[in-house]
Write a protein that binds this ligand. Structure first.
Ligand code: HEC
Ligand code: HEC
Ligand code: HEC
Ligand code: HEC
Ligand code: HEC
Ligand code: HEC
Length: 414
């Protein structure tokens, strides 16, 4: 029996509980196990409905019900001890009483287990939509659905030279959701993490941490197939958007504070982080000139129309108080999720200035497509999702936010 329960009814159910707050999501999930057949088709859909209802209640009551709650969630959200409840199977296969998955997981792989809850359309905590042209709400990391695109090449002749979706970011091993290991990169470039073992639980601790987004910190053993990999650098200091109602914008964004580049280096080594090796700096202070350029820059059109007042000064009319651009973030301990201030000379460029951490609709998980001249070319050749352009049709690469190499362009384009 797998009928759906409308969130309306659940809201009623929650609020009619007498104490004005309703029962915890956990209790409801457990009760409902009695009427479900399988983890993914039964419980999970309902959990999502329940959690939506919980989110509605959170709006009313001001307190949110979670699952992980910054630590280890109830074990049977992800594991099953006997693969049996009321004589029905709990995991993705087998028969009651017969275990089927390693680590007694509810799904065949760690990532498929996470995606049992985290795959879905729309907002909330979903990170894998069903259609790459309709990704989930952006909250920082980007949507894994872009890994399923058949072409993300918007460079010249991109239509006839497809770049497959695997180049869009981190290929977590989740065959149950149509995502498999990166066919080209055997390990993390710059480091040695095996691509075949890349999972949600390679970056996020499945048993929770007190860190930003449950990420692993220093001196942690991260599981790979039959072995472990050591993280040497701490989890980044950052604050994320609320998952249920957050959507990224210039006044609503992840507050990156410190340590992101070093954290990525757990797997990518010195990649992009070694100025001596003539690699773009990452994790280093912007300095006065670049901070001033970022603050003044407000798009190609504005930059060209408001050229530098004197040699060496930046172009544009932007001001520090409102200069923050969510598409080109920087690290600063003063950042908050709603701050609009641009950088100071001590703010830092970091890996996520140019990349997103899950995937994007551009090669190399770029925050914008590094292979187009004008941002409006994005999606034209490939037919893939168009990454939103923060400015107008004249806009060139967002590298210009810090370097303003578009200041002597011809306007309007072409
Ligand atoms: C959010 C999902 C999730 C929850 C909740 C969860 N686990 Fe796990 N667990 C996993 C995954 C995924 C693995 C596989 C190893 C990996 O990917 O790191 C695992 C592996 C394990 C292992 C074997 C490997 C190891 O790290 O020792 C044990 C034991 C374990 N879990 C116990 C528990 C217990 C006890 C609880 C409840 C207190 C729990 N788990 C809650 C997802 C979860
Ligand atoms: C039973 C459903 C369920 C499963 C399975 C599940 N999650 Fe979640 N996850 C949630 C819910 C609900 C939230 C939002 C509330 C919260 O943070 O507890 C969430 C939030 C998160 C967040 C954001 C946490 C924060 O503090 O901002 C991360 C990261 C995450 N999950 C990772 C994972 C990973 C990795 C796995 C698999 C090892 C996993 N989840 C499995 C339901 C689930
Ligand atoms: C647990 C290890 C691990 C961590 C941590 C990690 N990566 Fe990766 N990364 C990999 C592996 C493995 C690959 C190669 C497989 C793939 O691309 O799917 C990869 C590939 C990439 C790629 C190339 C994608 C492509 O297909 O061309 C980029 C860009 C990237 N990582 C950026 C980052 C950034 C930025 C961070 C920090 C937010 C980060 N990585 C953290 C393991 C990791
Ligand atoms: C390479 C490391 C890496 C892998 C693999 C990874 N994550 Fe994340 N994830 C991150 C980082 C870093 C952030 C914070 C991104 C930000 O705010 O810029 C994040 C953010 C999130 C969030 C918050 C919402 C958002 O979009 O920012 C959720 C939920 C989440 N991850 C779940 C998952 C699940 C589920 C998987 C597997 C399907 C997964 N992650 C795989 C590194 C990773
Ligand atoms: C200034 C922007 C910028 C910053 C900062 C940056 N990257 Fe990149 N990254 C790029 C571009 C552009 C590419 C495309 C290849 C190239 O130009 O070298 C790329 C490519 C990559 C790739 C793919 C390499 C391959 O062989 O396929 C990985 C992995 C990567 N970056 C990781 C990182 C990590 C980790 C950091 C932080 C330590 C980082 N990047 C910081 C812009 C940046
Ligand atoms: C958040 C600001 C920021 C963004 C965005 C950014 N950079 Fe940089 N870039 C820096 C900083 C800081 C330096 C350090 C050199 C300096 O002090 O001039 C640098 C240095 C460079 C240099 C070397 C300059 C020299 O004198 O050797 C090049 C080339 C460069 N960046 C290209 C790019 C490209 C291409 C992109 C887009 C993919 C990009 N940058 C995006 C901040 C940024």
């Amino acid at each position: 029996m797998t009928q759906r329960i409308a969130s309306q009814e659940l809201v009623k159910d929650f609020t009619s509980n007498g104490d004005g707050r309703g029962r915890a999501a956990d209790e409801l999930q457990v009760e409902m196990r009695g009427t479900t057949n399988t983890f993914r088709r039964g419980i999970m859909k309902r959990s999502i409905a329940i959690l939506l209802a919980v989110a509605v209640i959170a709006l009313w009551s001001g307190s949110a019900y979670g699952f992980h709650d910054q630590g280890v969630a109830h074990c049977n959200g992800c594991h099953t001890m006997h693969n049996s409840q009321n004589g029905a199977i709990m995991a993705d296969g087998g028969s009651p009483g017969n275990g089927v998955n390693s680590y007694l997981l509810q799904a065949a792989t760690p990532s498929d287990t996470c995606l049992g809850c985290h795959a879905g359309d729309g907002g909330s905590y979903h990170v894998l939509a069903s259609d790459p042209l309709v990704p989930t709400n952006e909250r920082g990391a980007g949507d894994f659905v872009f890994l399923t695109e058949d072409n993300i090449n918007d460079g010249h002749a991109g239509a006839s030279n497809p770049i497959l979706g695997y180049a869009a970011g981190h290929n977590i091993n989740a065959p149950g959701h149509g995502i498999t290991t990166d066919p080209v990169l055997a390990t993390s470039p710059g480091g040695a993490f095996p691509s075949a073992d890349l999972a949600c639980s390679s970056c996020h601790d499945p048993h929770g941490t007190d860190s930003f987004r449950l990420l692993y910190g220093a001196n942690r053993l991260v599981r790979t197939d039959g072995s472990t990999f050591v993280f040497n650098n701490a989890a980044p200091d950052a604050t994320g958007l609320g998952l249920f109602f957050g959507v990224e914008g210039n006044a609503n964004h992840t507050a990156y504070k410190a340590g992101m580049s070093a954290w990525c280096a757990n797997c990518h080594g010195d990649f992009h982080n070694n100025v001596a090796a003539l690699i773009h700096p990452s994790g280093t202070p912007l300095g006065n000139t670049i901070a001033a350029a970022y603050n003044a820059y407000n798009g190609t059109t504005d930059c060209v129309n408001n050229p530098p007042a004197a040699a060496g000064l930046p172009c544009g009319t932007g001001t520090q108080a409102t200069a923050y651009l969510a598409q080109v973030p920087f690290e600063d301990p003063a950042n908050t999720t709603t701050s609009t201030a641009g950088p100071t000379s001590s703010s830092r460029v970091m890996c996520l200035t140019c990349h997103r951490s899950h995937a994007t609709s551009a090669p190399d998980a770029g925050r914008w497509d590094f292979s187009v001249t004008l941002l409006d070319e994005d999606g034209l050749e490939s037919g893939s999702y168009v990454i939103p352009n923060p400015y107008d049709a004249n806009q060139r690469s967002l590298c210009n936010k810090c370097h303003s190499k578009d200041e002597f362009d011809h306007l309007p384009f072409p």
